[in-house]
Design a protein around this ligand. Sequence first.
Ligand code: SAH
Ligand code: SF4
Length: 354
Amino acid sequence: MTNRERIDCLAENAALPHAELRRLLLEHSPAEAELLFARARTTRERVYGKAVWLRGLIEFSSYCKNDCYYCGLRRSNAKAERYRLTAEEIYACCANGWALGFRTFVLQSGEDPWFTDARLCEIVAEIRRRWPDCAITLSLGERSRESYAALRTAGAERYLLRHETANAAHYARLHPAELRLASRMDCLLELRTLGYQVGCGFMVGSPGQDVDCLLDDLEFLCAFRPQMVGIGPFLPHGETPFAQEAPGTLEQTLFLLGVIRLLLPGVLLPATTALGTVHPLGREKGLLAGANIVMPNLSPVGVRKKYLLYDNKICTGEEAAECRLCLQRRVESVGYFIESARGDAAGWGTDGVF
Ligand code: SAH
Ligand code: SF4
């Protein structure tokens, strides 16, 4: 097959034999990448039109008990400034976001044991009470089934837990031994069973990632069929063991966004902050490669520079309202528009399949 035939096959069948996908990932020209993006846009517009949905990100704690080698919040980073938002501060972020048209709030944090199930459930239930029509997404890392169940009952409907890599050897290269791929996968299955809309995903260009790791990731995504896939370039953080590693590239991230859009036509695909960090127009290009979600920061400006997963993170200085306007301009500059809606994955709530 030629690359053009491979891209057509992906677009027509939402599938491509393993060996052909491997060849496409390994070698393609800029013109072939453009063709992939055009096909991905057609698919995205068939399913979601030209609407882009917002997720308001509230980074409510920078404490983390884990020691992931890539992340600036890892417990061994003694230089990281730690903070926790109070419940009232979290509600203030939601109120601000609601007024700006946000209908999904994403509560994200390091793995912070201070936030027990009781504390978190109270916060989730209060957000549900004050803004009954919003969608509540959690991104708190690995927790017990009981914890996920209690949070679901309290009103959380979605959960983002990137699988990080579907290759066990690669997972061990990115994490200390106490963190295991099998545990991560168990969590994803529990979340699915409990009725969450689930997001997984991985960093592009993380240390040790090769084409076979990426093929494992894509195979996993096709088997698991998450509602969302979050991918962004790996970006080094100076106070981690990966400080000297090369960042993931814009080109490779965009190419993978296009491939994922064609493999999973109805999936929610964010143009991430990391993509906007690796290139000034990264998020716009992400939208043009098949992404349909943007996740502006709703965290209070005072804490934003303390939630540094990687260096040079963008959008750490602006108020939420400025971020919202800036993103609206960016989205409109590439021919899409922001729709103020909960933005559930296509097919969700009907038969759950898309
Ligand atoms: N503690 C939770 C949520 C916060 S981290 C968890 O780990 O799931 C959210 C995501 O940020 C991670 O899943 C990881 O994929 C990404 N991330 C962490 N460090 C990064 C880095 N150096 N470059 C790019 N992405 C990073
Ligand atoms: Fe903690 Fe998440 Fe960072 Fe790992 S990626 S150190 S779990 S915040």
